[in-house]
Design a binder for this molecule. Sequence first.
Ligand SMILES: Cc1cc2nc3c(=O)[nH]c(=O)nc-3n(C[C@H](O)[C@H](O)[C@H](O)COP(=O)(O)O)c2cc1C
Length: 142
Amino acid sequence: MDEIMVVYWSQTGNTEAMAQAVAQGIEEAGKKAVVTEVSGASIDALKAASAFALGCPAMGAEVLEESEMEPFVMEVEGFAAGKKIGLFGSYGWGDGQWMRDWTERMVNAGAVVPGGEGVIAQEAPDDEALEACKALGKALAE
Ligand SMILES: Cc1cc2nc3c(=O)[nH]c(=O)nc-3n(C[C@H](O)[C@H](O)[C@H](O)COP(=O)(O)O)c2cc1C
C-alpha cells in the first residue's frame, strides 16, 4: 500500500498540526500521505489499508470527541485486528489518560500500535512532539 491515510478530529488546530507532521514523516519515508478530517473520512478505505493513523485531542473528561471521532473509532475497532494503527493527539490539563485508554482499546481490538503508545502533545505541538509525529509517520510507512 503506497498511500497511508491520516484521519483526525481537531477543534483548535493542535491535533491538525500533528496530523500534518505525521504526513510529513510518511512522505519522507517515500509513501503518499492522505490527510482527512474524520467528518470526510472513508471507513472502507481504512478497512482496505494495512496501516493508517488516527488523531484526536482529549475531550469531555479524558475521552475522544464524542459526536464524530468516538463513533468512527468504534467502527474501526471492528476491523482493527492485524492492522498497524498510529495514534496521536493533543491535550490540555490532563496527564494523557485519554490516550492510554484509546491505545488500550486499539490493542484489545488486535491492532499493533507503533511504539506501544500514542504520540501526545500538550496544546500546540513543540518541535519534540512534531519530531515524534514524523517518526510515527515513518513507522507507519515501513
Ligand atoms: C470541551 C473540551 C474538553 C476537554 N477535555 C480535556 C480533558 O479531559 N483532558 C485534557 O487534558 N484536555 C482537555 N481539553 C483540552 C484539549 O484537549 C486541548 O486544548 C487540545 O490542544 C485541543 O486540541 P485541538 O486543537 O486539536 O482541538 C478539552 C478541551 C475542550 C474544548
